[in-house]
Design a protein around this ligand. Structure first.
Ligand SMILES: [Zn+2]
Length: 318
């Protein structure tokens, strides 16, 4: 994919033009509301990992708001029911920005930005990071395909890329009236001198025509409303959903990224290759299968984490 593809996905040049940022605007007065250039972006990321963790929570929050407000806003899907758009600021510069360190839990690329308890439904609600023009949008799930490139640039922290091969969440797809829209964005490398498409991020957005049927189906998701709504079981039978016209994609060959669900043979993500893992993680620049404590027993893991925690205050004095 060329950069022109990347440019075409941008639906807003910056804060103030999209709804997403009107919410952030009041909170980010001290910062320039301009998009990062690659140099500024790298400076930001280095500074974040040098100092971000250690700053007080309000400063950290401000840093994250600043980061999101300076990323381009991308179209992720169009609603097949009413045509409304789903969009979000995405870090396409590299996989090193702090947004990639948050895990994909179905609430958008960045994930939950607010949460609380709903006493009527008796469950937690979470405000997703994406902006949807309609109420049909329910889930935005993402993953990354490394396109066979070793991610030696991703060394700041562990990044969960999940599954290189795109999939559908079986539970929401069981519900009558639920359809899915897939889209991809090219992602650069932190060590490139200029932004260059290297990796590919997949975004799948789920829309429900029948909210009651969707809510009922989602009761099967154990953590619904609390942890993740992008949970197993998964389904790779794209042909089945293409035949029943329930799987859509944004057509990268059209300048305005038209929504398509036919002809089925034009679906661009039928033969994606990559590691067939489910919980893939980039750790110290290497792709690994998910293991929360590699090479250790659980007690060893806890002991190591405890030692690391104790060491931290001394590191700060260097
Ligand atoms: Zn809609």
């Amino acid at each position: 994919m060329k950069l022109s593809h990347l440019q075409r996905n941008i639906i807003s040049r910056g804060p103030g033009e999209g709804e997403e940022c009107s919410e952030l605007k009041d909170k980010i007065t001290p910062y320039p509301n301009e998009l990062f250039n690659f140099y500024e972006y790298k400076e930001y990321v280095r500074d974040y990992y040098d100092n971000g963790y250690k700053t007080p929570i309000e400063t950290w929050r401000q840093q994250i708001l600043n980061y999101r407000s300076r990323l381009p806003i991308y179209l992720l899907a169009r609603c097949p029911i009413c045509g409304g758009t789903v969009s979000e600021p995405i870090d396409t510069f590299s996989l090193c920005g702090p947004g990639w360190g948050k895990r994909s839990r179905g609430y958008g690329w960045f994930g939950t930005i607010e949460e609380g308890w709903d006493p009527v439904k008796r469950r937690y609600w979470q405000k997703p990071s994406y902006t949807a023009e309609c109420q049909h949008a329910k889930i935005v799930e993402w993953s990354v395909n490394l396109n066979g490139i070793e991610p030696t640039d991703v060394t700041f922290e562990e990044i969960y890329i999940y599954h290189e091969i795109p999939l559908l969440l079986a539970v929401p797809m069981e519900a009558e009236g639920v359809v899915a829209v897939m889209h991809t964005l090219p992602i650069g490398r932190f060590d490139d001198p200029e932004p260059t498409p290297r990796y590919t991020a997949f975004f799948t957005t789920y829309f429900a025509a029948n909210n009651a049927a969707y809510e009922q189906a989602m009761q099967k998701v154990a953590e619904y409303g609390e942890g993740s709504i992008a949970t197993p079981p998964y389904d790779w039978d794209f042909e089945k959903y293409l035949q029943t016209k329930r799987l859509y994609w944004l057509d990268g060959a059209t300048s305005d990224l038209k929504l398509r669900n036919e002809p089925a043979q034009n679906f661009p993500y039928l033969h994606v290759t990559g590691h067939n893992g489910m919980y893939l993680v980039i750790r110290n620049g290497k792709l690994e299968g998910y293991n929360p404590f590699p090479g250790e027993t659980f007690p060893q893991f806890v002991a190591r984490k405890f030692r690391e925690m104790l060491r931290k205050p001394q590191d700060l004095t260097h």
